[in-house]
Design a protein around this ligand. Structure first.
Ligand SMILES: Cc1ncc(COP(=O)(O)O)c(C=O)c1O
Length: 420
């Protein structure tokens, strides 16, 4: 038997520059058109949007109001309903803690889902420590929860339901419109919050259709700058929340602090571009994602897509490769920025809690790779990634005794492993 080579370099074709960024759920590069829109607000129009007495303040305020309208338009809301924050983590904290606190005389029960972002889960955990009760719904194997599940968990004490629109790891899209309808039919007073960070500007999301009261969004996931986000707060009927940050009473008392005008202008421009280009971009990204999926699965067996392929963000592919070691695979893909469900990418030793909630075993969770295809990825990059992933997995499997046994038709579950 010839020993397999220990290292196979797949040379990138002309036009493909390494490293390739294919981790667009973690963040996105700022679109140059966004940077251009922001620049005058650093040195020329640097006024404080709260300064009422001079033109510097008025210019900044006009830019902020324009950005409110640009951001709200993406989700079918009104600019007056936007509360600027430092990002979605803050928006989610404000939404859940603010609504729970405002409604604490009505009840102390919150409903969310096991696969939510940590910003939601850790917020809920803190509220539990303060005496609130939280129900964490388990999604089905495809990552989805049903309206029936949500309504079945509601009690007379329920005040807040928080369900994300699109998952950041597996990209699955929850049936928010059906869920919103069901929640409001059961009890219209319950506040429905959605973390729409990954859905915003990527797939259609409408606040009226989803019957949401609060929506958290972030600029840096849609080719805007880091450090700015927003909470959309319904005005009709008026939704009230307690603030987390007190001060000058900015943002209608819901979030005090001087506004980050250049960042807000950038978020506005990014939202305007997303609204104008979303449909075409979704078609292009879906085609690239499907190309990646077909390229990998036509050449490799024993690969498993995590989460529903049908109800999914256009640019997301999350796939596990059986019979390889997660860390070795990541090393082999070091020229391609992707994320992994493996513990080695996180501070904890547990593999992805999202994949666990779907019932994915630890072995497969460790070898999962999340590809996040975005605005600036090309077909040539996707083709290179297909070549690199398939040759790396083949090489690693060639080194694996378990893969050899599997190839020989041995059922690995039937083996009695004797400890030494
Ligand atoms: C689904 C989801 N929610 C919330 C956040 C937090 O957003 P931010 O980075 O703006 O605080 C992220 C980003 O990691 C996310 O993907």
């Amino acid at each position: 038997m010839t020993r397999p080579a220990t290292k196979i370099e797949v040379a990138p074709p002309p036009g493909v520059k390494l490293p390739i960024f294919m981790d667009n759920h973690s963040t996105t590069p700022v679109d140059p058109r966004v940077v251009e829109a922001m620049l005058p607000y650093f040195t020329q129009h640097f006024g404080n949007a709260a300064s009422r007495n001079h033109v510097f303040g008025w210019t900044a305020e006009a830019a902020v109001e324009n950005a409110r309208a640009q951001v709200a338009a993406v989700i079918g809301g009104d600019g007056k309903e936007i509360v600027w924050t430092s990002g979605a983590t803050e928006a989610i904290n404000l939404a859940i803690k603010g609504a729970a606190s405002f409604l604490k005389k009505q009840g102390n029960h919150i409903i969310t889902v096991e696969t939510e972002h940590k910003a939601t889960l850790d917020t809920c955990k803190r509220l539990q420590r303060e005496g609130y009760e939280v129900t964490y719904l388990s999604p089905a194997k495809d990552g989805l929860v049903t309206p029936e599940q949500v309504v079945a968990a509601m009690t007379d004490k329920t005040t807040v339901v928080s369900i994300m629109a699109a998952n950041n790891e597996i990209g699955v899209l929850q049936p928010l419109e059906e869920i919103g309808k069901a929640i409001k039919a059961r009890n219209p007073k319950v506040i429905f919050h959605s973390d729409a960070v990954q859905a915003f500007g990527k797939v259609p999301f409408d606040v009226e259709r989803a019957k949401v009261d609060l929506v958290s969004i972030s600029a840096h996931k849609v080719y805007g700058p880091k450090g700015v986000g927003a909470l959309w707060v319904r005005r009709k009927p008026r939704v009230r929340i307690d603030p987390l940050i007190d001060g000058g009473g900015h943002e209608r008392g819901m979030r005090s602090g001087t506004l980050a005008v250049p960042l807000i202008v950038g978020f506005g421009k990014a939202a305007e571009l997303a609204a104008a280009e979303m449909d075409g971009e979704a078609v292009r990204l879906r085609a690239l994602r499907d190309r990646l999926y077909r390229g990998i699965t036509s050449r490799l067996t024993e690969t498993y897509v995590n989460g529903s392929l049908e109800h999914r963000l256009p640019g997301n592919l999350n796939i596990s490769f059986a019979f390889v070691e997660g860390e070795s695979l990541l090393m082999a893909l070091k020229d391609v920025a992707v994320s992994s469900g493996s513990a080695c990418t996180s501070a904890s030793l547990e593999p992805s809690y999202v994949l666990r909630a779907l019932g994915v075993g630890d072995e497969l969770a460790h070898t999962s790779i999340r590809f996040g295809i975005g605005r600036f990825n090309t077909e040539a990059e996707v083709d290179y990634v297909i070549d690199l992933v398939t040759s790396s997995v083949e090489r690693l499997r060639a080194l694996s005794p378990l893969w050899e046994m599997h190839q020989d038709g041995i059922d690995l579950n039937s083996i009695q492993w004797t400890p030494h």
